[in-house]
Design a binder for this molecule. Structure first.
Ligand SMILES: Nc1ncnc2c1ncn2[C@@H]1O[C@H](COP(=O)(O)OP(=O)(O)OP(=O)(O)O)[C@@H](O)[C@H]1O
Ligand SMILES: [Mg+2]
Length: 245
């Protein structure tokens, strides 16, 4: 039986009947500001505290800014710096988008992708990491304009991460933050799991809700569940009393 990896976010682990399957490659999709970065950071933070080394590959933002943001949002998680200092949670800066600004031609984007993949692999091996976050893989979509090639690269990325034995969360932008407008993009089908973070409601009363869209080979909740980003981390109000079996 495949083991499960806790996200460490208790409501989500409930919805996942214990966690995501070990070595699975899971997509975190959501609109701007839904909390994709915070969520994936908390996964690594909680896992680091459980003794599992994780790497946060920051593709879009400077790692120092990510760290600053999570510390200002999660004020009650006072040991974030200690966990980072201990090397249990490592930030890695990647700038594929800058490198790829003129990578419109296929040969060049292949080269850039190869470079990024090599770096990801060597970092994982060097640190013996078992938990990975890539924030976000939307850059690949911008970098690789050819749809078939983009899909092929996504498959290569997932296959490589699986081979390395890591359990990963990869964030991706959702076209619309609203559940009603959810579109399954072709690349969604190659991931082992998808968790969506929605935002609905008016500006003055924003509602946040999470949903497990799929987890291959595993039971999970189908209920769209409200969440909040609090000083002590994500609070996901899982309503069901789920007993894993
Ligand atoms: N200091 C803070 N205190 C409380 N909530 C915060 C704080 N900083 C951020 N947040 C919450 O976190 C949200 C942003 O989270 P995050 O950066 O993870 O979103 P994202 O989905 O990664 O967005 P993007 O698509 O822009 O990368 C904000 O919209 C806000 O609700
Ligand atoms: Mg983000």
């Amino acid at each position: 039986m495949v083991g499960r990896v806790k996200t460490g976010i208790s409501g989500i682990d409930k919805m996942l009947y214990g966690g995501v399957p070990e070595k699975s490659q899971v997509l975190i999709t959501g609109g701007p500001g839904a909390g994709k970065t915070m969520f994936s950071f908390e996964y690594l933070y909680r896992n680091a505290k459980m003794g599992n080394t994780g790497i946060f590959f920051a593709f879009e933002e400077d790692p120092d800014r990510v760290l600053e943001n999570v510390k200002s949002a999660f004020t009650e998680l006072t040991d974030i710096d200690d966990v980072v200092r201990d090397g249990k949670l490592v930030f890695d800066a990647e700038t594929p988008i800058i490198n790829a600004l003129d990578a419109s031609e296929i040969g060049h984007s292949s080269y850039e992708f190869g470079k990024v993949m090599t770096n990801i692999e060597s970092k994982i091996r060097e640190l013996n990491a078992t938990r990975v976050v890539i924030d976000s893989i939307s850059v690949f979509d911008i970098m690789i304009r050819d749809a078939a090639l983009y899909r092929k690269y996504m498959l290569a990325l997932i296959t490589n991460l699986r081979r390395l034995g890591v359990t990963s969360l990869m964030t991706i932008e959702m076209e619309s933050p609203d559940r009603d407008k959810l579109i399954f993009k072709p690349e969604y089908f190659i991931f082992d799991g998808i968790i969506a973070l929605y935002q609905t409601g008016e500006e003055t009363k924003r509602l946040l809700a999470s949903e497990v869209l799929k987890i291959r080979g595993s039971r999970h909740s189908f209920v769209t569940t409200p969440y909040d980003i609090t000083p002590s981390g994500f609070r996901v109000f899982a309503a069901e009393d789920i007993t894993p079996y």
